[in-house]
Design a protein around this ligand. Structure first.
Ligand SMILES: Cc1cc2nc3c(=O)[nH]c(=O)nc-3n(C[C@H](O)[C@H](O)[C@H](O)COP(=O)(O)OP(=O)(O)OC[C@H]3O[C@@H](n4cnc5c(N)ncnc54)[C@H](O)[C@@H]3O)c2cc1C
Length: 567
């Protein structure tokens, strides 16, 4: 295949914005986007609530500076302040840019873009398209990419970077339609493969494909992962499935209620109540459940999200998808009855370590979106800041790669490399004797993570989690791929995803065990306070001789000093 100037892995919001911006920066470039699902089925399309920008439409006194402060405070002071400056300053521009491309933002009566309150934000600044914001953004971007001539390789599964010394020669991927392993020689590669919260299995709001493939690809190539211990639990997942009920439901005025009929958030965040930041609200729900104030059911203990007082008109116009999901997956109509909810693993704050221009330590390799850690979210992301992150840093990745592609020459990916990959991924088809089943390993992975590396963590739990992961990795060597066909071998792909999750889960558990403090989403029962003296720093997990090795990196400070975080 002719070498590409840029190969982008991922057709979500980050990948598509990068492709569009790269084309705009230099229309002569040869740019490919690879995606294991059709781009408009990427997880971005599931984003309901909205994207933050200090437009000042709803609250006239809102400012970019307030958005910056809320984000840094929300991050429990672990975000890099120069990166947060970029995120929030670019926000109003990028929302208007999307509007000009055709994103149908919901409007206020004066016809300006509507904004709703979101957790941890001092002003209502979340811009939305009803409760289908991600879907509309993704459609807009996909349209623009097709118009500009981006080449799509849909249903291609990225396997690994091809590396020579300190540089990447391009990407190796499997064509899912034929099972063939193909070379994508490229001057630059942008990883935009989304998050890894699906490793928590059925206690996750994520799409099935959010298995951290891009992070695992980078990790195996020697690129460090930053702050992997910070996994966000969203407060309101549906009880049975973990599917998400957007924070917009509380933004519109929903209450959280325990079995005694109390709005219990008064105990934990007197001022912000249900609109406290996610880490705090998730811990509060979990505490209510652990202390016996939840509702019991065969499908687990839960609390109520009550929207009944909002009225049928508001629910039908602003939260139609939530109503549909509650009816389909819990059998309740939120107009009439409260929705059963409990926290669900939702977002990965950690990811591939990049600088503010999305560069990684490997020449010619960039990362953007949820798979990257710039870091703008630190220890806890605010709702509405991730769609913003993928747009702002997706754009920067596209521009940077387009400007820098000329510096690199693509290497040659050899037939021998392809053959080696082919043999490796198909090894499981030959498993004989006593073998392991994919489904069992997958479920056990989710179970041990939710139990031992979940919302509340503690030394002995984490040790158990680490031991379980080592055992699972060992058993994985004997996993059997039961389907031997070449065409759309979904079992093979699931096994490849499981391998990626097992690699990354070790970095999450190692970071969580090492970090002896509580900060943002990382709560250690045995170290309940934030320890700025010893732990105000990022962790870096690197793969050295097959083992996780932890290093560290300082946090970039700016105008805001460390403060106690109260709501
Ligand atoms: C249910 C839900 C609701 C959310 N709501 C909001 C919200 O209201 N506001 C907000 O700010 N954030 C929200 N988020 C978070 C936000 O939507 C995501 O962080 C963001 O959309 C991620 O975008 P992305 O482009 O980085 O990745 P994704 O959209 O996840 O796309 C990843 C892409 O990578 C591709 N890919 C992955 N692995 C491979 C591989 N091996 N080979 C080839 N391709 C691969 C996939 O095919 C896909 O195209 C929500 C998340 C969820 C799960």
């Amino acid at each position: 295949m002719k070498p590409f100037d840029i190969v982008i892995v991922g057709g979500g919001g980050a990948g598509l914005y990068a492709a569009m911006e790269a084309m705009k920066t230099n229309p002569a470039l040869n740019i490919a986007v690879l995606s294991k699902v059709y781009p408009n089925r990427s997880h971005t399309s599931a984003a309901q609530g909205g994207a933050n920008a200090a437009l000042g439409n709803k609250a006239k006194d809102d400012t970019v500076e307030m958005h910056i402060f809320d984000t840094i405070k929300g991050s429990d002071y672990l975000a890099d302040q120069d990166a947060v400056d970029v995120l929030c300053s670019e926000a109003p521009k990028i929302i208007r840019e999307l509007e000009n491309m055709g994103t149908p933002w919901s409007r206020m009566e004066d016809n300006t873009i509507a904004q709703r309150p979101f957790g941890g934000a001092g002003r209502p600044r979340c811009c939305y398209c009803s409760d289908k914001t991600g879907h509309t953004i993704l459609q807009t971007l996909y349209e623009q990419c097709l118009k500009k001539g981006v080449i799509f390789f849909n249903e291609y599964f990225a396997l690994n970077l091809s590396v020579s010394g300190s540089r990447s020669k391009g990407l190796i991927a499997m064509n899912m339609k034929s099972g063939k392993v193909e070379a994508f020689p490229a001057k630059t590669v942008i990883l935009a493969t989304g998050g890894y919260a699906k490793m928590y299995w059925n206690r996750s709001s994520n799409a099935a494909g959010n298995t951290g493939d891009g992070q695992a690809i980078a990790y195996r190539a020697g690129i460090p992962m930053k702050d992997m211990e910070f996994v966000q639990f969203h407060p309101t997942g549906l009880r049975k499935s973990g599917l998400l009920v957007t924070e917009g439901a509380r933004g519109e005025g929903g209450y959280l209620v325990n079995k005694d009929g109390e709005r219990f958030m008064a105990r934990y965040a007197k001022e912000k109540m249900e609109l406290g930041p996610r880490d705090l609200v998730s811990r509060s729900i979990e505490t209510e459940i652990l202390q016996g104030r939840g509702f019991d059911s065969p499908a687990g203990t839960y609390v109520h999200l009550d929207l009944t007082h909002l009225g049928a008109d508001l629910i039908k116009s602003r939260l139609p998808q939530i109503r549909e999901m509650a009816m389909n997956f819990e059998g309740v109509d939120p107009i009439e009855e409260p929705i059963p909810v409990k926290p669900t693993a939702h977002y990965s704050m950690g990811g591939i370590d990049t600088d503010n221009q999305t560069r990684t330590v490997m020449e010619g390799v960039y990362a953007a979106g949820e798979c990257a850690c710039v870091s703008v979210h630190g220890a806890n992301r605010l709702g509405g800041n991730s769609l913003l992150d993928i747009l702002v840093f997706g754009r920067i990745a596209g521009r940077t790669a387009a400007e820098e592609a000329g510096k690199f020459t693509p290497g040659r990916i050899t037939e021998a490399e392809l053959a080696e990959q082919f043999d490796e991924i198909r090894g499981g088809m030959q498993a004989s004797g006593r073998y392991e089943r994919y489904g069992e390993l997958r479920e056990e992975l989710g179970h041990t993570l939710a139990l031992n590396v979940g919302i509340f963590r503690e030394s002995s739990l984490l040790q158990k989690g680490i031991a379980d992961l080592a055992e699972l990795k060992d058993r994985f060597k004997k996993v059997r791929i039961s389907d031997s066909s070449d065409v759309f071998n979904t079992n093979l792909m699931q096994v490849l995803e499981l391998k990626n999750m097992l690699d990354l889960a070790e970095t999450v558990a190692a970071g969580a065990y090492a970090r002896q403090e509580s900060r943002g989403s990382h709560t250690r029962i045995d170290f309940p306070v934030r320890d700025d003296v010893n732990w105000h720093k990022h962790t870096l997990a690197t793969l050295v001789k097959g083992n996780v090795t932890l290093g560290e990196k300082p946090v970039t400070m700016g105008r805001y000093e460390l403060q106690e975080r109260t709501y």
